[in-house]
Ligand binder design. Structure first.
Ligand code: TGC
Ligand code: FAD
Length: 427
């Protein structure tokens, strides 16, 4: 805040919160009856549409707690983790302590927060780094939610409390080398043998795979697609981390191999039948991603705005050039739209009226917008835009993965297309 703004705040008693003139005893200072003459409201560059005011006090408190955690524990090291291709495993128990793992699950040691509160947490985490939000999404919305939704009571009691505390890590194996957008074509099989299940096949691009204590694995059984819990160390199950990634570098991504992997009969998730099993879990994670992407976009906009005001060329701050202002305003439009959309679908989810195709719209729109914001912010930073000294190139590269995982841009377009036309492009 500059000294002029400081002074304006100090003399505020005569001006109400909404900008209306305050009077003393119903009369103005020269003794005439009070006439309300509203002053001009002003938008805040960092919360232009005042979305903050749409949150409850409790929601703001949760958001601020996660924001502080990100400022203290994520931002100082995020560039280094990305450069070294390192997932900050030491953060896992801290995420558990904050109640962010399985945050919107009720019971079993989980925080039982609202969908909006969970969304706000995803937004703040991804404003730090997509890898941290991805960890939280996979742990809570994919692995833990699969167990909650489709597991037996014993599965829930055994796995959910330690996963909520960050003492155990989960992963979610749906994608295969030849089966990505079309998981219905999966080749991993589950066959019964002597009262056990035998799993054979390969899962690819699995977040947390190499560090997971338990894998939720989707496989084709005689009666269709079923889900299984496979603890790390089970004979016939191995994980190999994927290297050479130029995106999501602060995240473990692995290949899971099942070679005659024998698991006891009761390790099947009894309630999941067919492709609906994994797809219901994807709805949960896609919802969090819509919020997360809004956070990544916001971080890029804020970095670009600050840089443009500081950086001088041709004797002026680059923020004064019309072409730069246009970029900043386009970023502002996108980030405000994203925050409003995320909050809107969050409220719908809390009211129990959010449809999967609406989640697709939010994921598609917010990730696409965040990627555009990141690319534009990168150009505002010039050469510094490619340096890990600034967060922008990291977010930009990370968002390329977010654009692809949990349903690509094209798949969500076709899901929405099917919803509005009644015609499937897939079959
Ligand atoms: P289709 O015939 O349409 O549906 C099969 C059954 O599933 C039901 N269903 C859904 N249920 C809940 N939520 C949804 N979103 C659902 N979509 C479909 C459907 O009602 C049906 O049920 P039933 O009981 O009648 O059998 O299936 P399809 O084979 O035509 O495929 C549809 C398609 C293409 C939309 C789907 O396969 C799809 O979404 N593909 C994208 C795959 C994907 O998103 N993979 C993500 C893997 S996990 C990941 O990326 C984690 S990233 C890490 C991180 O999050 O950080
Ligand atoms: P493909 O399906 O081969 O698609 C290639 C291109 O073809 C895309 O542009 C796609 O949109 C397009 N395409 C495909 N079908 C159509 C169509 N019908 N019409 C038009 N265009 C089409 N998976 C998991 O199961 N668990 C995880 O934890 C996980 N984590 C991941 C982490 C990272 C960092 C990444 C990058 C991926 C992860 N995935 C995970 C996998 C992810 O879900 C898949 O990459 C994604 O579903 C797309 O599959 P694919 O890469 O095989 O691409």
């Amino acid at each position: 805040m500059n000294s002029y703004e400081n002074e304006a705040r100090r003399s505020a008693p005569l001006v109400g919160e909404r900008g209306e003139r305050r009077t003393r005893g119903g009369r103005n200072l020269v003794g005439f009856p009070a006439v309300s003459t509203p002053t001009r409201n002003r938008a805040d560059a960092l919360d232009f549409l005042g979305v903050d005011a749409l949150l409850s006090e409790e929601e703001r408190m949760i958001r601020d707690t996660v924001r502080r955690f990100v400022r203290e524990r994520v931002l100082p090291d995020a560039g280094g983790w990305f450069e070294r291709g390192e997932f900050p495993r030491e953060l896992v128990p801290e995420l558990g302590k904050l109640g962010l793992l399985g945050m919107h699950i009720d019971g079993y040691g989980c925080a039982g927060a609202s969908a909006v509160a969970y969304g706000l947490a995803c937004m703040e985490l991804e404003a730090g780094d997509t890898g941290v939000r991805s960890f939280v999404s996979v742990q809570g919305s994919l692995a833990m939610y699969s167990i909650l939704r489709w597991g037996s009571e014993e599965h829930k009691r055994e796995w959910l409390p330690p996963m909520a505390a960050g003492e155990r890590i989960g992963c979610f194996g749906l994608t295969e080398p030849d089966s990505g957008s079309d998981p219905g074509s999966m080749r991993t099989t589950a066959k019964t043998s002597g009262g056990d299940w035998i799993l054979d096949g390969t899962k690819m691009w699995i977040t947390n795979g190499g560090i997971a204590d338990v894998a939720v694995v989707w496989a084709r059984a005689e009666d269709g697609i079923r889900g299984f819990l496979v603890p790390a160390g089970t004979p016939g199950f191995s994980a190999r981390d994927i290297h050479g990634k130029m995106s999501l570098r602060a995240s473990v991504t692995s290949e899971l191999v099942f070679d005659g992997c024998r698991v006891p009969r009761d390790m099947m998730l009894p309630e999941a039948r067919g492709l609906r099993g994994p797809l219901c879990c994807l709805d949960e994670a896609r919802y969090g991603i819509a919020w997360g992407a809004a956070g990544a976009g916001r971080a890029c906009y804020e970095a670009a705005l600050a840089y443009a005001k500081e950086r001088t060329q041709f004797g002026k701050p680059i923020a004064s050039f019309q072409l730069t202002q246009r970029k900043l305003v386009e970023m502002l439009l996108a980030t405000n739209r994203a925050a409003l959309l995320a909050l809107h679908v969050g409220r719908m989810k809390d009211e129990g009226r959010l449809a999967p195709e609406q989640v697709s719209l939010a994921k598609l729109a917010n990730v696409r917008d965040a990627l555009e914001v990141a690319r534009s912010a990168r150009s505002v930073l010039g050469a510094n835009g490619i340096s890990l000294e600034y967060p922008v190139i990291r977010h930009m590269n990370n968002l390329e993965s977010v654009f692809t995982y949990e349903g690509t841009n094209e798949i969500h377009t076709l899901i929405i297309g099917q919803a509005i036309t009644g015609l499937s492009a897939f079959q």
